[in-house]
Design a protein around this ligand. Structure first.
Ligand code: GCB
Length: 650
């Protein structure tokens, strides 16, 4: 049986959504449906206490929701997917809700998905859901997944193929409770003092500085593959002046009697190399290398690798086809440089968050595209996915536009001693496996970051980070690995294992607030101490100041736009000296204002954005823009005719 290559509904309505399948071997060249949902809080599930009950109805533009009779109990709330549930209603208890919620949706699958000999494989895939998910189809549990920010899926063929023509009910139980062993970690604190708190009152404590949004944050799709299919592809590249080699490895599931053929096309559609078999090398003469934005006049060059599998199964000939974008580039780290294609690369970029009004961490195409336009306006060539893996749709655009990415795991706020134990470690290793499997073929990913600001001064951090970093390197020997530290250089137990030192500091903000004059001395000492100790290149991975847009003072005072500008300029004067030596990058904290827990230091969230949460520039954005373009102009490889109004559309 031959399953035709089709993007069906999804590609008709959302052009760039199609690329999500390209990054998910096992999910491409097949038919796909987006789903709409219903959600509810639930009866109790083992180990998680007795929660209240809320139901959501999945909504999205491709399917009208089915009648609401599928949820038998409790109130039902209309709930868009993808979106966080927190800010959708006017109910503060849902905004701050901790515990189980249930989503439910019924869909009618095409008959051709349910019949045939052999019948196709039907897969249900979630781009991400926060944090712990259990999924049932027609009441049968099909998958359980721990952790947000990363995809998971289930083969639901055997469940749906028994009853063609009847509705298929998809039920998801989601729990956003964090424990010392989840990533990120957290803890539940019961307030026992009955004179101050109601009965069973509890709060969730976390050690990270962003609002802990929850819900089904990324698209949910149903897709099919043949019964024998391409399960995974790994591509690495090497190059010299005029020749590049693309090494590949393809794994097939469902058949041992199969043949594989590969062809690599350039952007004009011309086949530049062919190969066959599960392992091999493609030779590309005069390759167009993948270059970061502003490092070359044609950044983000992607070839297209088509992998075609044919297999005999039960007398039928099955064919599966997968198309993977491939960027040819190399990454190397020396004691003072970060080299892309053998040339020194300086990260002039940002830290971001997945965060927006109303939708929280839910995927939002207009916001994503706006952000890329702002990055290019700014002259930013890179970002760090602080503090968790971003949506595949975002990563696809990084590949295509040439934005270099430090791809960070959700290892943020690892502070408690028990979060360095074996249980946490094993989970962290599993998360790195999921992340590397998802993003390993992306040319934009130039380094892995396994954590942000852990308590790396604690002695168990040595074994913990040695193990996590070694594991990540074993999974992907082609990229450097780091974690981001704010520990003292002399006390950090994880730093010996990283390839690049990434250090966060907030001089004249959290330390010596209001005293801009201390920055040159303190920042110079920071760099010199780290370099003297490790002789590794350094990235200033965070620095910044809050500013409330429209608040002004001269001389500059904290929280004004002038203070944010002045602090940045003080940092820049030191960075300009040290980038001639061993400092290889600077990433502002933060690209845009974002929501946090409420607290005495947060005014409707963190205001260290150079853009507001609604993406309007503050004065600091112009400081940074002048700087980034000046740095970019130092290289001779800019795209021609850069003007302040160009959009740099490819
Ligand atoms: C940090 C954290 C980041 C915070 C930032 C701040 O060091 O890595 O998550 O948001 O400081 O603004 O306090």
């Amino acid at each position: 049986m031959n399953i035709p290559q089709q993007w069906s509904l999804i590609s008709d309505s959302l052009n760039s959504t199609k690329s999500v399948f390209n990054s998910c071997p096992g999910a491409a060249s097949r038919e796909n449906f987006l789903l709409c949902w219903e959600c509810c809080q639930s009866p109790s599930l083992p180990g998680w206490g007795t929660p209240p009950v809320v139901k959501f109805l999945f909504l999205n533009s491709l399917f009208l929701p089915f009648p609401r009779n599928s949820c038998q109990t409790g109130p039902v709330i209309d709930m868009p997917v993808p979106a966080s549930f927190n800010d959708i209603t006017q109910d503060p208890s849902l905004e701050n809700y901790i515990g189980w919620v249930w989503y439910e949706k019924e869909v009618l699958l095409p008959l051709r998905w349910l019949q045939g000999d052999p019948a196709p494989r039907v897969v249900l895939r979630f781009g991400s859901a926060h944090y712990y998910s259990i999924v049932w189809v027609n009441g049968v549990q099909v998958v359980e997944h721990e952790g947000g920010h990363l995809p998971f899926e289930a083969d639901i063929s055997s469940v749906v193929q028994g009853s063609p023509g009847s509705l298929c009910r998809i039920t998801v139980a989601l729990n956003n409770t964090l424990t010392p062993h989840t990533l990120p970690p957290g803890s539940i604190q019961y307030m026992a003092d009955k004179s101050r708190y109601p009965k069973n009152y509890f709060v969730q404590n976390t050690k990270f500085d962003f609002f802990n949004y929850a819900g089904i944050h990324r698209p949910v799709v149903l897709y099919t593959t043949p019964a024998a299919y391409i399960d995974d592809i790994t591509v690495t590249t090497t190059s010299s002046d005029s020749v590049a080699m693309v090494q590949y490895q393809v794994s097939v599931v469902g058949s041992t009697a199969n043949s594989l053929s590969l062809s690599l096309r350039d952007q004009e559609g011309k086949v530049v190399a062919t190969g066959d078999g599960p392992v091999g090398e493609l030779k590309v003469l005069n390759p167009n290398l993948w270059w970061p934005y502003l490092m070359h006049e044609n950044p983000g060059y992607l070839y297209s690798l088509e992998v075609r599998m044919q297999a005999q199964l039960g007398g039928a000939l099955l064919e599966d086809v997968y198309t993977l974008p491939v960027g040819i580039r190399t990454v190397h780290v020396t004691s003072s440089q970060f080299l892309i294609n053998g040339r020194p690369f300086y990260f002039h970029g940002v830290n971001k968050h997945e965060d927006a009004d109303i939708r929280g961490k839910g995927l939002d195409w207009p916001l994503i595209v706006k952000d890329f336009n702002l990055l290019r306006w700014l002259g930013a060539n890179s970002f760090r996915t602080s503090h968790y893996p971003y949506a595949e749709e975002i990563m696809d655009l990084c590949d295509a536009y040439g934005i270099a990415v430090i791809d960070e795991s959700p290892g943020v706020g690892i502070k408690l001693p028990e979060s360095f134990g074996n249980r946490s470690l094993q989970h962290h290793l599993a998360v790195m496996e999921e992340l590397v499997r998802r993003d390993k073929n992306r040319p934009s990913v130039v380094m892995w970051s396994v954590a942000n600001e852990p308590a790396s001064e604690l002695p168990p951090a040595a074994h913990y980070f040695k193990t996590v970093i070694a594991h990540t390197k074993a999974l992907d020997p082609s990229r450097p690995v780091t974690f981001v530290t704010d520990a003292n250089y002399a006390l950090d137990h994880g730093a010996p294992y990283v390839d690049v030192i990434c250090v966060n500091s907030y001089f004249s903000w959290y330390h010596d607030p209001g005293h801009l004059e201390v920055i040159p001395l303190q920042l110079t000492a920071q760099f010199e101490n780290w370099y003297k100790t490790y002789q590794k290149p350094i990235i200033q991975s965070e620095y910044g100041a809050d500013s409330v847009p429209g608040l002004h003072s001269d001389p500059p005072m904290m929280f004004t736009e002038e203070y944010q500008q002045a602090l940045l300029r003080e940092y820049h004067s030191v960075l300009d000296k040290k980038r001639k030596e061993y400092v290889i990058g600077e990433l502002i904290w933060n690209f845009a204002d974002f929501m946090t827990n409420q607290g005495t230091t947060r005014v409707l969230g963190n205001k260290k954005g150079i853009f507001t949460r609604q993406r309007q520039p503050k004065a600091a954005a112009f400081v940074l823009r002048d700087r980034y373009w000046k740095i970019a102009n130092e290289s001779s490889c800019l795209p021609p005719a850069i003007t302040s109004h160009s959009l740099f559309l490819k």
